[in-house]
Design a protein around this ligand. Sequence first.
Ligand code: FDA
Length: 307
Amino acid sequence: MLGPVILAASRSDKMRRLVSAAPGTKQVVARFIAGETVDDVVPIVSELSGRGLEVTLDVVGEDITTVEQSYAARDAYLELIGRLKELGLGERAEMSVKLSMFGQSLENGHELALANVRPVVAAAAEIGTTVTLDAEDHTTLDSMFAIHEELRKDFPQTGCVIQAYLFRTEDDARRLAANGSRVRIVKGAYKEPASVAIQDKPEIDKAYVRIMKILMDGEGYPMIGSHDPRLISIGQELARRAGRKLDEYEFQMLYGIRSEEQNRLAAEGHRMRVYTAYGTDWYGYFMRRLAEKPANLLFFVRSILTK
Ligand code: FDA
């Protein structure tokens, strides 16, 4: 019940100001956000890498309002890639990007986002890594998939995300599995209407399993983005039945969530990638993490009250 309310609050500027100013917020945010700057996140990449984990880095930010902000987003990723290159960490860390941060919702947004993301994808390829396009709300997805297809002409390793809760996703999965794409499957984190998305959690899980099977049986590289132990073990079984070796798929989880499980999967020989978000515009990302688990909200409220 609380999830949709928190997701609605994630789009409210008034709530953004209230939450950002609340005492105790910083402490709770730090559980999910690895820091504010490249300097904060680099030691975390080294530490995760030392534990045998791979990383995908997200410079937080979305729903920008000016073209200048979209250039700043591009430049933040270019700075990050430059630092990874200097430190020789390129092959351990890929990038995740939200096209809304690259200007997708502005005037001529599709072209602007493509023009901004292309140099990031090219710079990532130069250091031996790649970029995955995150999935945002359903109205942005046709543009995201078109940009993904365009980028793959020059950079076939470019990945994208699909969301199990959307009715459209099984068709998307079939297309992406047939054309050999890197695809992260997730349950979906946005507030979506019943006209486009499954609302019932067990039904979303069933769709997730069907989509994992399509991806595992296909030609591409499946990335299982979930903390759900049942889906993870079904994913392992589907990979085994599809005859995939351990380096022909991977698991992904978010920084700060189920770290023990992350270590366990890596120790078993699985490729385990930690989605590590950093930056100052953390509000939308943070609110989605609260919406996923009501206990996080209780922890947040308690930490405000005890300040
Ligand atoms: P579920 O929500 O059922 O959680 C299973 C268990 O994991 C919970 O019982 C709890 O123990 C733990 N858990 C999950 N979320 C938690 C939280 N926030 N805090 C504490 N514990 C938690 N979505 C999207 O729409 N577009 C995207 O591009 C992405 N990208 C993405 C990348 C990666 C690597 C991951 C793991 C997830 C995403 N997501 C996403 C988010 C995704 O859609 C979904 O909201 C979350 O992963 C939560 O769903 P689970 O599959 O983990 O299952």
